[in-house]
Design a protein around this ligand. Structure first.
Ligand code: ADP
Ligand code: MG
Length: 343
């Protein structure tokens, strides 16, 4: 019996596990063919300073954040949307794929979703990274296309859809029709920039120093809504004048003000994309509206502000954090059907 179980296990590891990867600036997700999402971890690498050796990726690396010593540091290799650090991006891809415990014998097919702003050089780097991780076949797909498929849009039709993916490092805006991107606009302003804007606001307006984690949690809990919420937001930080820890409370409205410049940049990019969209497709968008996805689309009030600014219907995807990996997974599952969307 025990022997059978062992044989079965070793047979199963002979079969290749084809995988789909959403290589996001904030989070990396991996879909295994026939199984679904198996990895959903932050896109963070911990490395040694003197020898650039990767010591941890994903959750383990995140735990080390802010607790590193002189010879250990954590980085986000894709922070600004493009591959900011090739060597570490490679280390991260290798690290995540190792976590999958793929068979070394049966080489997998990989479909990898990359931000639509990446250059051909960066595309090649991702391909080579996957090949080094033993891929038999590597296919790349652009993020807005994967998001659209993940949301369930039929992108093969001659009907235009506008997808706005607000991630960590980039906001990607695309009008998609007939399996391709007709108009695109990518800016390096998204969730991270919102965190920075909150940090700056408290620094300038309250002389209070707050950390990135605090800023992100204020963003996620308060957002940019215009609700009549009267409950004040309690913020802990360090007084810039005295250097002593201090707690202050502010009305939720202040967070909306803190975010207004960042949101203005995102909305301006959406307007630019709308202006560049051919009229036939514009009329489709007028009927179908704008679809928001990516973690940043969870920001309270973002949809209302966008509706107000564009007079268009605005919908938020049901699962904004997983629509891209879901779409990339669909392409992997039905690769022949989706040949037209691969790069
Ligand atoms: P990427 O695709 O670039 O990896 P994600 O789509 O995973 O990015 O989104 C990550 C971003 O979403 C982060 O900046 C995170 O702070 C933000 N985010 C997650 N949940 C919320 C929320 N409830 N409100 C506002 N922002 C959020
Ligand atoms: Mg993403």
């Amino acid at each position: 019996m025990a022997r059978n179980a062992k044989t079965e296990k070793s047979y199963s590891s002979f079969f290749s596990k084809d995988i789909a990867i959403d290589l996001g600036t904030a989070n990396t997700l991996i879909w295994v063919k026939g199984q679904g999402i198996m990895i959903n971890e932050p896109s963070i690498v911990a490395k040694t300073v003197n020898s650039d050796k990767v010591v941890a990726v994903g959750n383990e690396a995140k735990e080390m954040l802010g607790k590193t010593h002189h010879n250990l540091m954590t980085i986000r290799p894709l922070k600004d949307g493009v591959i900011a650090d090739f060597q570490m991006a490679d280390g991260m891809i290798q690290g995540f794929i190792r976590k999958m415990h793929l068979s070394r014998i049966a080489r997998p097919r990989m479909v990898i979703c990359i931000p639509s702003g990446v250059t051909p050089v960066e595309q090649r780097a991702v391909r080579e990274s996957a090949e080094r991780a033993n891929a038999r076949e590597v296919h790349l797909i652009e993020e807005p296309v994967a998001a659209a498929i993940g949301i369930g849009l039929d992108i093969a039709k001659p009907v235009g859809s506008m997808i706005v993916d607000v991630g960590g490092g980039t906001t990607e805006i695309a009008v998609i029709a007939l399996n391709g991107i007709v108009t695109k606009e990518a800016i390096r302003v998204a969730g991270d920039e919102m965190d920075d804007a909150i940090i700056d606001w408290f620094h300038n307006e309250h002389k209070l120093e707050i950390g990135h984690r605090t800023a992100e949690s204020i963003k996620c809990s308060v957002g940019a809504g215009t609700s009549n919420e009267k409950t004040k937001v309690v913020i802990k930080g360090r007084d810039l004048v005295t250097g002593i820890p201090k707690t202050i409370s502010v009305p939720p409205d202040e967070i909306r003000k803190a975010l207004s410049d960042t949101l203005f940049l995102i909305i301006s990019a959406i307007k630019r994309a709308l202006e560049r969209t051919p009229p036939e497709l514009s009329s489709d968008i007028l009927d179908r509206g704008i679809i928001l996805t990516g973690g940043g689309s969870l920001l309270k009030g973002l949809d209302d502000i966008l509706r107000e600014e564009t007079n268009l219907p605005v919908h938020v995807a049901e699962e904004p954090l997983t629509s891209v990996v879901f779409g990339t997974g669909m392409v992997l599952e039905h690769i022949k059907e989706y040949a037209a969307v691969l790069l």
